[in-house]
Design a protein around this ligand. Structure first.
Ligand code: ADP
Length: 388
């Protein structure tokens, strides 16, 4: 009987043991699985955060450079690599090793002393002059100790170029205005000092004054046109324009000038209709024909012609048989105030803005300008405009 009871209790204990084990091991497995899932989730979240961070950094237009506390590169974004034209892994390198920019290394040392440096400009030692703006600050940890440095770079090259163009423009305009103005002043003073008493001299001086006043007037008109065209204030009044008739009108307007130089004017433009602003296209043709007469040869000829292109545009050309344009000037003649021969242009009453105005008007029509020339064999200016 006792023995039987003992066996029964033992069996119960063993059963209970297995039951608990099964229960606990299921629980333990469940716990382990839960821990694994949560770890995987955490890992995934951290990976997601890292990926998001990378996407964020790489979507920045500014170049980003993070240095650790020993001034070694910890992280850079895509814009940074593009700015410096780098493709290799930079992590762990110093600024000097990675970029060979001692100036930047010195800047980092300054940042460490001053906590941050803003709007620092740095010129890269490239062949093409490039400028970067650098904003830099020290990163500190919760205890306020320096943990690293962050540098943000912005490409200033275009801004610098615009600034330089503006400065050059102001300098050019001042110079162009000053020349006729000082001539006018000089001759007026001479007249007032007594030259007016000699009618012949007075007449000659007054003519010079008149010529220079006209030049000033022309210059101001051209400047206003350029400024209006550049700020897109001029709205084109688009309508069908008969190009042969327009060329005929322009040649008639400039006939007297051509006759003075014995230049023959020929209208070879076929019957073509453009979609354009008639007054602006008149200005384009007038500038080109005027130049062809001015810079062409005496007793030469100026021909205006054109044809329809396949892309729905018409191309008009103005050709002269003068001395032409030297190859190095071909790409520059459409720039404001660029002249191949300054003295010659001024003698002819040129402002140096004619071709720039032509370019702006043609581009406003969605067309293009170009010039072909061989020294001694004349020049041909081409422009395209949409057909009606
Ligand atoms: P400008 O007022 O001096 O004529 P433009 O902008 O009209 O200014 O022309 C710029 C320069 O291009 C001129 O000064 C001249 O040197 C050159 N150029 C323009 N047209 C011709 C041409 N048909 N033949 C030779 N040179 C030309």
């Amino acid at each position: 009987m006792w023995f039987f009871l003992f066996i029964l209790t033992l069996a119960a204990i063993i059963g209970l043991h297995f039951w608990w084990r099964a229960k606990f091991s299921a629980q333990a497995e469940r716990r382990a699985a839960e821990i694994e899932t949560s770890q995987r989730k955490q890992q995934q979240t951290s990976l997601d955060a890292k990926a998001q961070q990378q996407v964020l950094f790489n979507s920045m237009l500014e170049g980003l450079l993070l240095l650790d506390r020993s001034r070694k590169i910890y992280l850079v974004n895509r814009a940074f690599k593009n700015l410096f034209g780098l493709k290799t892994e930079l992590r762990g390198k110093t600024i000097v090793e990675a970029l060979r920019l001692h100036e930047l290394d010195e800047l980092v040392q300054r940042v460490e002393a001053e906590q941050q440096v803003l709007d620092y400009e740095i010129k890269l030692p490239d062949l093409n002059e490039r400028w970067l703006q650098v904003n830099a600050a020290v990163i500190t940890n919760a205890a306020g100790e320096r943990d690293g440095t962050i540098l943000v770079f912005r490409d200033l090259t275009r801004l610098k170029q615009l600034e330089r163009t503006r400065e050059e423009f102001v300098a050019n305009v001042s110079h162009e205005l000053r020349t006729p103005l000082s001539l006018i002043k000089g001759y007026v003073e001479t007249l007032l000092d007594g030259a007016r008493d000699n009618p012949e001299v007075a007449e000659r001086f007054l003519k010079i004054i008149e010529r220079n006043a006209n030049r000033l007037d022309l210059l101001i008109q051209d400047l206003l046109t350029i400024s209006a065209l550049e700020s897109e204030k001029i709205k084109l009044n688009l309508q069908p324009v008969e190009l042969r008739a327009l060329a005929g009108k322009v040649l008639t307007d400039l006939n007297a000038k051509a006759e003075n130089k014995n230049v023959e004017l020929v209208n070879d433009v076929p019957e073509l209709t453009a979609n354009g602003d008639v007054n602006r296209l008149d200005q384009v043709l007038a500038n080109l024909v005027d130049n062809a007469i001015k810079y062409g040869r005496a007793q030469g000829s100026v021909r205006v012609g054109g044809k329809k292109l396949d892309d729905g545009k018409v191309e008009i050309f103005v050709r002269d048989d003068g001395p032409g344009i030297p190859p190095e000037a071909i790409d520059r003649v459409f720039e404001r105030f660029y002249r191949v021969d300054k003295a010659r242009s001024r003698d002819q009453g040129g402002t140096g803005l004619g071709l720039s105005i032509v370019k702006h008007i043609v581009q406003a029509h969605g067309g293009e300008v170009r010039v072909e020339s061989e020294l001694g064999k004349g020049a041909t200016f081409f422009f395209t405009v949409p057909t009606a």
